[in-house]
Design a protein. Structure first.
Length: 144
């Protein structure tokens, strides 16, 4: 099946690059073949699933039977993605969400484009901190 899909995708790219009657017909033919194969594989998968459920019912495996039936009957539920602004307020409008993404990426770019001097100063400060002695167990206890 994956070979048929790859051939279909290749024919589609070829058709998009240069749309001729021959390329279009070739793409439509490959698309029909890929669609039939996908449908056949989907039917086989569902038949196999039904056989497994029937086998669980025959073997009196009630828990597995109901679990599989529940899974088959479950509908698709899209995942809700919630976007929040800097203050934690939920954004609902597309315009606000796009503006928040713009602010987020600008912040990322600003962090990447920090001048080299600032990062060198930060490295020097961390080296100074690393040179200090680490507190002993007794010092930790006395601090508590």
């Amino acid at each position: 099946m994956s070979i048929a899909i790859k051939e279909k995708n290749y024919a589609r790219k070829k058709c998009l690059n240069k749309e001729t009657r021959k390329n279009r017909e070739e793409y439509e033919e490959k698309r029909k073949i890929a669609t039939k194969l996908c449908g056949r594989n989907k039917r086989e998968m569902w038949n196999k699933k039904i056989e497994e459920i029937n086998g669980a019912n025959i073997k009196k495996n009630v828990r597995r039977f109901y679990k599989e039936v529940k899974e088959m009957n479950k509908e698709y539920q899209p995942q809700n993605i919630i976007y929040k602004d800097e203050k934690g307020k939920i954004l609902t409008e597309e315009k606000d969400i796009l503006l928040r993404w713009q602010q987020y990426f600008q912040l990322l770019l600003e962090d990447e484009l920090q001048p080299l001097e600032e990062t060198e100063k930060e490295n020097e400060n961390t080296e100074e901190l690393e040179d200090t002695d680490k507190p002993t167990y007794k010092l930790k206890l006395s601090a508590i």
